[in-house]
Structure formats: C-alpha cells, structure tokens
Design a binder for this molecule. Structure first.
Ligand code: GLN
Length: 236
C-alpha cells in the first residue's frame, strides 16, 4: 500500500516530492477506483472551488467521503483543509461541495488574497514532541484559510493570535508577540481529529518534513518507522 495524493489540481507534485524525501512512494489519485489502492490520502493546497468542480466531474465525492468515514488517514493542506471541513464560510463560498468529516468551520480566505500571503514561525509543541527539531515551523500561508471553531473531538495543533495577524509587517512576517493574555483571541491553523489531519498552510513547500513525518506515523503500515528530515528552510 502506498500514500495517495489527490492530483486534480494544486501542489500535489510537491507533496509527492516531500514523501519521496522520506522514502515513501506517493501516487496520484484522480479516479474513485484508485482510492482502493491507497491506504491514506493527502489533499493538497490549490483552489478549493476548482478542486471541487473537478472532483464532481470525476465522480470522486462518494468515494472520498467513504474513505474518510472508514477512518483511513487523510491530511488536507490549505484547500485540502477546506475540503475536509464540515462547514466553509467566507467569500466566494458559493455552496461548493465539501467532503466533510472534520468537525470544524473554516473561513476560506481568512488571511486575505494572494498579496496577503505570508510566512511565519509557528510554534508546534505537539509536533516537536513526536518529531523533534526546532520549536517552531516556518509555515507558508497562501490565500490561506483559518479554522473559526472546532468540535469537542478536535485537537488543536497550531494557532495564531489575531493581534499578530494584524501586525503582519512589510517583510510578510508575523511580528513576535509578547506573552499573550488569557483572553487573547486566536485563529486555529492546524488540527487533528482521529485519523484526519488538517493544516491551513503548506508544509510541502518547505524543506522541513516534520508534518509529513507526523502524518506518516498515522498510516498503519508505515507507522512509527518514519523520521523527519529537517534541513535549512528555503526562504528566498
Ligand atoms: N483559499 C483558497 C481556496 O479557497 C485555498 C488556498 C490554498 O490552497 N493555498 O481554495
């Protein structure tokens, strides 16, 4: 069994390359029957409306929903997160179809349009506990969504204080915050619910494979055997 990567649109090649760096074969999934040959699935970032239209065209929704309901490991990044959410809000939502399963509400374009894309050092304590490495992750947000609320079974893996988002500076980096007060509002950008993992950012666009390694540990036949590769971040 290999890891499937939904290859309708978006950054599927980058996910396959990241898996390869960890010695795992990722295969492109475009048809419902191909889901029977994979034990887990990554849904890449891209544009969720386009992805939904293509998924509809290829009659993929019933098979994708069944895959999620069977409890197979699925990781959605950015548009993939939107796809997995039970509910999506925000501009241009237009009633697009979702796979659902992840008990949360996602705002599709929470961080704004393409020019409001940014990178930031995101604290990731639960990932570090499993994967080691530096305490934060260089997270790339591109027309990124955010999670507005989560159900009781959803574990929050990363969030960003709203005040920090407002402070995105001219270098497109989030300024370091003073110790945040108890009442400070945050938006959630990474979650886990059972075998579903979702990130609002794009780990496949960095050299740090800790999120891929974390996901692979959820895949039964790969499991704890995966070790992350953490190389110097590619910031140009
Ligand atoms: N906000 C985009 C959407 O609605 C997702 C952006 C991304 O995947 N980088 O599809």
């Amino acid at each position: 069994m290999v890891v499937g990567v939904l290859a309708l649109q978006g950054s599927f090649n980058e996910h396959i390359a990241a898996l390869k760096r960890l010695g795992v074969k990722g295969v492109e999934v475009r048809k419902p029957e191909q889901l029977q040959n994979v034990s887990s699935l990554i849904i890449p970032g891209g544009e969720s409306t386009t992805m939904a239209k293509l998924a509809e065209l290829h009659n993929l929704f019933p098979a994708l929903r069944e895959f999620v309901q069977l409890g197979k490991p699925v990781w959605g990044t950015c548009a993939g997160l939107i796809f997995l959410a039970n509910k999506a809000t925000g501009q241009k939502t237009g009633g697009q179809e979702l796979i659902g399963g992840l008990d949360c509400t996602v705002h599709r374009n929470f961080f704004g349009s393409q020019i409001q894309s940014f990178e930031t050092e995101l604290p990731i304590p639960q990932i570090v506990a499993k994967e080691g490495g530096p305490p934060s992750f260089r997270a790339v947000f591109i027309r990124a969504p955010a999670i507005l609320d989560v159900g009781p079974d959803v574990e929050v893996l990363a969030d960003i204080p709203l005040s920090a988002v407002e402070n995105i500076n001219s270098n497109n980096a989030i300024q370091k915050e003073e110790e945040s007060s108890e009442s400070e509002k945050k938006v959630i950008v990474a979650v886990k619910q059972g075998n579903l993992l979702a990130t609002a950012f794009h780990p496949e666009l960095t050299a740090d494979t800790r999120w891929h390694s974390y996901f692979l540990k959820m895949v039964p036949e790969i499991g704890e055997g995966t070790s992350a590769i953490i190389s110097t971040p590619t910031t140009d």
